[in-house]
Design a protein around this ligand. Structure first.
Ligand code: ZN
Length: 285
């Protein structure tokens, strides 16, 4: 796909208002910030939700309300997290899947995450993949290291993931693969043929280095307060939209247009009209 897919990760689970005062917490704030990111060029929102005080939660009702507000504002593709926050049990992490969002993240292995550990055993990964298939949710295969790409390959070989595959390559987590050009190149070289991939660079320095490289290599880019709060060195962005605009402008300077929602749906094989509401399950998964 020549055009670049920009994903906005507008709040995450770890970023704080001490770091960025405009970080969205409530469903209304997250929906507003998502709409601004859409206007700036994002075609996918990677969605976490928070309590009003900023505590990360995987609460199904909170997701449902946020998704409804987003859908009233713009046709962006919604990718709910199933990573949640470190230490959350599977039942919590999977709660948004029963709402049948078009996309969701699927963590492809365990990784140290600062002083915490994100645990994703092979059994868990298969369970998550099955739940997503059951609810017709397209996974973004999040890989924090090269070994995770091979875990995803095992799921593919077992027929648990339908092509086209979309990988989220996460570089720069303290405990995961470092955010260097050589490491990104190595990850890309290890992907299954014909995969689409989005770089997720953690931190301002990593983003400044790897976003242009991903664009040059034909990849796609995720930005937002979840990953980095800096629009350039030392300058904190006021809105996620500033970060999206920056990547869109970089892409255009490098000769790539920004993909719209319809083009992304076609490329990822997501057959649901942007505004269509799929009925959620009556009960959680
Ligand atoms: Zn996330």
């Amino acid at each position: 796909m020549d055009d670049v897919i920009i994903t906005a990760a507008v709040t995450g689970a770890e970023t704080t208002r001490e770091q960025v005062p405009t970080l969205p917490f409530t469903p209304e704030e997250i929906a507003d910030e998502t709409a601004r990111s859409f206007e700036a060029g994002a075609s996918i929102v990677h969605l976490h939700v928070r309590e009003d005080d900023g505590t990360p939660t995987q609460d199904r009702d909170r997701f449902a309300k946020t998704i409804e507000l987003i859908r009233a504002k713009c046709p962006i593709l919604i990718e709910t997290t199933t990573g949640g926050a470190a230490g959350m049990p599977d039942e919590d992490r999977l709660q948004p899947i029963s709402l049948r969002p078009p996309m969701a993240s699927l963590d492809c292995g365990s990784v140290n995450f600062g002083d915490e550990v994100l645990i994703n055993t092979f059994g868990q990964m298969q369970f998550y993949a099955r739940q997503m298939a059951k609810h017709d949710v397209k996974p973004t295969l999040e890989c924090f290291d090269i070994g995770h790409i091979h875990n995803a390959r095992m799921l593919i070989e077992r027929g648990m993931l339908d092509p086209p595959h979309h990988f989220g390559l996460v570089l720069g987590v303290a405990g995961g693969i470092p955010a260097t050009p050589r490491c990104l190149q190595a990850m890309v070289e290890n992907l299954p043929d014909h995969s689409l991939w989005t770089v997720i660079a953690v931190g301002g320095k990593a983003s400044a280095l790897l976003h242009p490289l991903a664009l040059a290599l034909g990849g796609h880019v995720r930005v937002g307060f979840e990953d980095s709060i800096y629009v350039r060195k030392g300058v904190v962005a006021e809105s996620n939209a500033d970060l999206v605009r920056h990547v869109a402008s970089l892409a255009r300077k490098m000769g790539r247009e920004v993909a719209d929602v319809a083009a992304v749906q076609k490329a990822l094989g997501i057959f649901v009209a942007p505004y269509a509401r799929r009925e959620p399950d009556a009960k959680p998964t």
